[in-house]
Design a binder for this molecule. Structure first.
Ligand SMILES: NC(=O)C1=CN([C@@H]2O[C@H](COP(=O)(O)OP(=O)(O)OC[C@H]3O[C@@H](n4cnc5c(N)ncnc54)[C@H](OP(=O)(O)O)[C@@H]3O)[C@@H](O)[C@H]2O)C=CC1
Ligand SMILES: CC(=O)C(=O)O
Ligand SMILES: [Mg+2]
Length: 546
């Protein structure tokens, strides 16, 4: 068990195997004498800073990112304080290792590279016993659960229980980016089987060896899980992550008005996209209500973004019908037009009257969007013809290939800048390095819900909010965008720089918290200074007193 925050600290050498209390070489000589550790450690006592420098060195001699991921994962299992100190020493360097893109490769190989386990695995074979099993978790005050059933892990598809890397990585970023105390977080994977034949045939696969359970039995399992969470952890916010849209959409609809919950792929992604659009409009000088968006993909992320853009347009004077009419979806079967018979209920608001169009470039020529958003899971579909078409129609085309990980990105930053002759306003789901083009340096932004979910978490923690509402995501989007400086914009950067993500997230958290208090959703009194209150709550990696 790797998270033991409510347990009394062990003593003697077993302390060195408790990730919460372990300080490794940083135990002072006095503490070593007091705690029965003399003789178990090399004689010189380190500082946390020296330990961080040692991990930097260890990482620098590894030549591939999966190895670095594993080193950091082992560190998290051994010494949590040092793990967070390392990640927070340079978030821009470490986020791509514990999160997208590397976490994608780690999930694909999770059963092969497994070391210490983390979080809870709840197979459907435990149906009827979920509360009892979850009550074994040692922490009583769990405030955030990120839960997946592994069916749509990034753009990599059904990875079964191997998807656990996602809840683990997202929750680490709650702490790194917005200071949510790690002991309040719990990653969970629900195992309802997998339809991934390669995994089912792999002797090393660790999940249930059966196809996915669907329908009433699945829904009952989810209902039992939600009931267990609310009974065991009454202040917990439940974040649904990387479910396939057939489950993600109805689960959110079922629970959003009942408990404190949200779906990051639908709502968090929507907020980061709207933030990016606000940033882009600062560059182009245009109005939101004059924009038209064409999405490649018509799933959870596309419909979530399209709806929040529509809500944001309504705030600027459009009717909801006018706003939705400016958001178009294009999926495997072409442009979503009303005459199609395969359109799901959640896609209907964005299916419009138009003749069928089967090529994306032709759809661009017909719709004349000001921005395209790639949430298709398919790499390279923003090809040269697509980018050139956008650059012909728009002086500053918005190009957002949002699919993760990098191997699924609809285009690279370099391609977008080159094919648009430097006109593109670009952001991608996974990070790309700066690009030199036409004598200019462009710094691509990362349009990723990591700018939203940690901040949402801190806002909920600071207020004990009863709900997560749609307007909280609009406020979050504005709070991200308002931090983009003229210097950032001059580089083409439409999100706050990642090196400053903690500062940015705490600001976003304060803005969301204000709204929570204004709307009467908080369960704690309103502090005089919300930003200061949030800063006081924010976790800082320091060795706990023993
Ligand atoms: N940047 C960020 O912060 C985030 C990025 N994402 C990324 O977005 C992607 C999609 O996620 P999500 O919406 O939840 O997944 P979904 O599975 O719900 O949606 C994918 C959509 O893409 C469509 N699609 C598949 N192949 C093609 C194709 N060749 N051409 C056009 N459309 C296609 C699918 O159609 P059909 O269903 O008919 O197959 C479906 O509508 C993932 O890669 C994910 O990593 C998601 C959340 C956050
Ligand atoms: C970022 C994210 O949530 C996804 O790609 O699914
Ligand atoms: Mg996700």
């Amino acid at each position: 068990m790797s998270q033991s925050g409510t347990q009394p600290a062990p003593s003697g050498p077993s302390l060195l195997h408790d990730p919460v209390f372990n300080r490794g070489s940083a135990f002072s000589s006095e503490d070593r004498a007091r705690l029965g550790l003399e003789g178990f450690l090399p004689p010189t006592a380190d500082t946390l800073e020296t330990q961080v420098a040692r991990i930097h060195l260890q990482l620098s001699i590894l030549d591939n990112d999966l190895q670095k991921y594993l080193l950091l994962s082992d560190l998290q299992a051994r010494n949590e304080t040092l793990f967070y100190a390392v990640l927070m020493s340079d978030p821009a360097v470490f986020m791509p290792l514990v999160y997208t893109p590397t976490v994608g490769e780690a999930c694909q190989k999770y059963d092969h590279v497994l070391r210490a386990t983390r979080g809870m695995y709840l197979p459907i074979t435990m149906k009827g016993r979920l509360k009892e099993v979850m009550s074994h978790w040692p922490q009583r005050d769990v405030r955030f659960i990120v839960v997946t059933d592994g069916e749509r892990i990034l753009g990599l598809g059904d990875l079964g229980v191997n998807g656990m890397g996602i809840p683990v990585g997202k929750l680490a970023l709650y702490s790194v980016c917005a200071g949510v105390p790690p002991e309040m977080t719990l990653p969970i994977t629900l195992d309802v089987g997998t339809n991934n034949g390669t995994l089912l045939d792999d002797p090393l696969y660790l999940g249930l060896r059966q196809n996915r359970v669907r329908g009433a039995e699945y829904d009952a399992f989810i209902a039992e899980f939600v009931a267990a969470v609310t009974e065991l952890f009454p202040l917990c916010c439940l974040q649904w992550e990387d479910f396939a849209n057939i489950n993600a959409v109805p689960i959110l609809e079922r629970y959003r008005d009942q408990i404190c919950t949200y779906n990051d792929d639908i709502q968090g992604t929507a907020a980061v996209a709207v933030a990016g659009i606000y940033g882009a409009l600062k560059l182009s000088g245009e109005k939101l209500t004059d924009q038209t968006f064409l999405f490649l993909g018509g799933g959870s992320a596309a419909t979530g973004i399209a709806e929040l853009i529509s809500q944001a347009m309504v705030l600027e004077g459009a009717t909801i019908e006018e706003a939705r009419a400016r958001n178009w979806l294009f999926d495997v079967n072409g442009l979503m037009v009303n005459s199609r018979t395969d359109i799901a209920g959640f896609q209907k608001p964005f299916a419009h009257d138009h003749a069928p169009v089967s090529s994306f470039v032709e759809a661009i020529e017909a719709i004349r969007p000001t921005g395209i958003v790639g949430v298709s899971t398919v790499p390279k579909l923003f090809n040269q013809a697509v980018i050139e078409a956008m650059a012909t129609i728009n002086a500053r085309p918005i190009i957002f290939p949002y699919s993760n990980p990098t191997s699924r990105s609809e285009c690279t930053a370099e391609e977008a800048y080159r094919w648009s002759n430097g006109q593109a306003i670009f952001a991608s789901g996974s990070p790309f390095p700066p690009v030199e083009f036409g004598g200019k340096r462009f710094v691509p932004g990362q349009g990723n819900n990591v700018y939203i979910f940690p901040a949402m978490g801190m806002a909920v923690l600071a207020t004990q909010s009863t709900r997560v509402t749609e307007d909280m995501f609009i406020v979050a989007a504005k709070a991200v965008a308002e931090q983009v400086t003229p210097d950032d914009l001059a580089l083409g950067l439409i999100y706050p720089p990642q090196r400053d993500i903690r500062k940015a997230s705490l600001h976003v958290a304060a803005r969301i918290a204000e709204l929570i208090f204004d709307k009467g959703l908080a369960r704690v009194p309103r502090p005089a200074d919300i930003e200061a209150h949030i800063n006081e709550l924010a976790y800082i990696p320091r060795y706990p007193t023993i």
